[in-house]
Design a protein around this ligand. Structure first.
Ligand code: HEM
Length: 140
C-alpha cells in the first residue's frame, strides 16, 4: 500500500506564491523574451527597440515591486529568522541579487552608450536569474 504524505498548499500560501511566481515570470521571462526579439525589433526601425523597451518597463517595474511586496510576505510566512543558517545564507545572497537586478535594470534604462546598456542589461539579467534559482532553492 502506498501512503500519500504530500499535502496541498493552504489558500494563503497559494495566493502568496502564485503572485510571487507570476511577478517573477513577467520580470524574468519578459527580459529573456525581449532580448530574443531584439534582432527583429531592430529590423522594424531604429527607435522600435526603445519604444518596445519602454512599453515593457510599464509591465516589468510593477512586477518587480510586486516581487518585493510578496517577497516580504514570503519571508514573514516562512518565519525566515527561525530558518537554518544555510537557508539564511541563500536568502541573503538572493537579496543581494535582487538589489543587483533592480539597479542593473535601472542603470540599463539610463545608460547613454550601447556598451554600458549591454553591460547593465547583462548584470541585471544574470542577477535576476540567480535570484530566481535561489528562490526555488529556499522554497525547498
Ligand atoms: C528578482 C526578484 C525575485 C525573484 C525573481 C524571485 C523568485 C522566486 C521564486 C521563483 C521563488 C520560488 C517560488 C516557488 O517555488 O513556489 C521564490 C521564493 C521565495 N522568495 Fe523570491 N524572488 C524575488 C524577490 C524576492 C524578495 C525581494 C524577497 C524578500 C523580501 C523574496 C523572498 C522569497 C522567499 C522567502 C521565498 C520562499 C517562499 C516559501 O518558501 O514559501 N523574494 N522567489
Amino acid at each position: 500500500m502506498i501512503l500519500a504524505t504530500t499535502q496541498l498548499a493552504s489558500a494563503s500560501t497559494l495566493v502568496r506564491l502564485s503572485l510571487h511566481v507570476l511577478a517573477a515570470s513577467v520580470w524574468v521571462g519578459g527580459q529573456i523574451v525581449l532580448a530574443g526579439l531584439l534582432p527583429t525589433l531592430r529590423s522594424l526601425g531604429s527607435d522600435a527597440p526603445r519604444k518596445v523597451a519602454q512599453a515593457f518597463g510599464r509591465l516589468s517595474w510593477p512586477a518587480f515591486w510586486l516581487l518585493i511586496l510578496t517577497g516580504f510576505w514570503n519571508y514573514v510566512a516562512v518565519h525566515g529568522s527561525t530558518q537554518s543558517s544555510s537557508w539564511n545564507a541563500a536568502f541573503g545572497i538572493k537579496m543581494i541579487m535582487v538589489v543587483a537586478a533592480g539597479v542593473g535594470a535601472f542603470l540599463h534604462t539610463r545608460a547613454t552608450t550601447p556598451k554600458a546598456r549591454g553591460i547593465f542589461a547583462g548584470v541585471g539579467t544574470l542577477a535576476t536569474l540567480v535570484a530566481m534559482v535561489l528562490g526555488v532553492l529556499i522554497t525547498g
